[in-house]
Design a protein around this ligand. Structure first.
Ligand code: SAM
Length: 329
């Protein structure tokens, strides 16, 4: 039977992860980060393994050559393994950003950046880094992107670190609260699949305009404010938001805050079929941080995005978007 490259790569990643999981008595995701390190350094890095296990691993790694794969193949094989490890173990809110969303944002980002070829990009809730690495894989060759990833979960940031190494992407990683002070100069663009829910740290929340008047504040509102704080005037922010963002009781404050600080550019509703149920459905929300001399778009780009497989509907939307860009950018 013919083995396709990506399948072979996944097989090696998966089998060596299982061997390490067994030997190191750890979770699949922890073992996956270890095997990713081994693949990157091209040697077995875990000193505590028996000689036999080390030989088994080395033999398995020798079946592939990472340099023979395209970056998208490496990202996908690694992503399949992460999805396997996350199955039943990761809460909905911490899921990896699906590829369709990454592809849409990869298409939109350069259009808004308007020919800029040095871009500093921040994701302050970066998870596994899948959204960032999708964008970095898809960027035009003449564009230099330097990315910053902030994530509070120790295993997810490890996976993001290993993924960035395997793909040779220049991502600086910060293992910390994405709502804490960040040692990052303002960036040209922010991308963030917002963690939706309450932020437990009321003391820190009190430093944000969008803090709640009583009880815990909405983390997703604070993440929008934090994103704006770390964006240069005139920079763009691409958020994945829950569809009911502007319908909750805290929404009026958010609307007022956005009116004062940013220009809303686009709200693109993602196909419902991508989500477990309609309550979980999300949109891509694009804003520009205000800067003297910059005008708002004549009209906000509003669209319901079709499934990527629905070529006819997709072409129609792309034509509508192109027209919007011509008239507004
Ligand atoms: N884009 C990511 C990817 O492709 O893997 C997925 C992001 S996921 C929807 C939201 C992430 O926010 C989760 O990884 C979660 O651990 C992280 N998160 C939640 N609260 C956070 C906080 N206060 N600071 C930093 N990260 C946080």
């Amino acid at each position: 039977m013919k083995t396709f490259p990506i399948e072979k790569l996944f097989e090696v990643i998966n089998e060596t992860t299982e061997i390490l999981q067994e030997e190191l008595k750890c979770t699949y995701l922890e073992a996956l980060a270890e095997t990713g390190d081994n693949l990157f350094h091209q040697k077995v890095m875990q000193a505590e393994l028996s000689e036999l296990t080390e030989k088994r691993l080395a033999k398995k790694y020798s079946e592939i050559q990472l340099s023979a794969y395209h970056n998208e193949e490496i990202r996908k094989a690694y992503q399949f393994a992460i999805l396997k490890g996350m199955k039943n173990h990761v809460q909905q809110n911490h899921q990896m950003t699906p590829d369709t969303i990454g592809y849409f944002i990869s298409y939109l980002l350069p259009k808004f950046m308007n020919g800029k070829n040095e871009i500093r990009l921040l994701d302050h809730a970066a998870g596994t880094g899948n959204l960032l690495t999708t964008i970095l894989n898809k960027k035009a060759p003449d564009v230099n992107m330097h990315a910053y990833a902030v994530e509070v979960d120790d295993i997810l940031i490890r996976l993001a670190y290993t993924g960035a190494n395997l793909l040779m992407h220049p991502i600086e990683l910060f293992h910390q609260d994405g709502l804490g002070p960040l040692l990052i100069d303002p960036v040209d663009a922010v991308v963030c699949d917002l963690p939706v829910g309450y932020y437990p740290n009321d003391e820190r929340a009190a430093e944000f305009t969008l803090k709640s008047d009583e009880g815990h504040s909405y983390a997703h509102h604070l993440f929008i404010e934090q994103g704006l704080n770390y964006t240069k005037p005139g920079g763009y922010l691409f958020f994945l938001i829950p569809n009911d963002l502007f319908e909750t009781k805290e929404a009026p404050k958010l609307k007022q805050f956005l009116k004062e600080t940013a220009y809303i550019q686009a709200v693109l509703q993602l196909p419902f079929s991508m989500f477990a149920n309609s309550q979980a459905a999300k949109s891509i929300f694009i804003i520009q941080k205000k800067k003297p001399g910059i005008k708002p778009p004549q009209e906000v780009l509003l669209a319901a995005l079709p499934k990527l497989s629905n070529k006819e509907a997709l072409d129609k939307i792309l034509v509508k978007m192109e027209k919007w860009f011509q008239e507004n950018k």
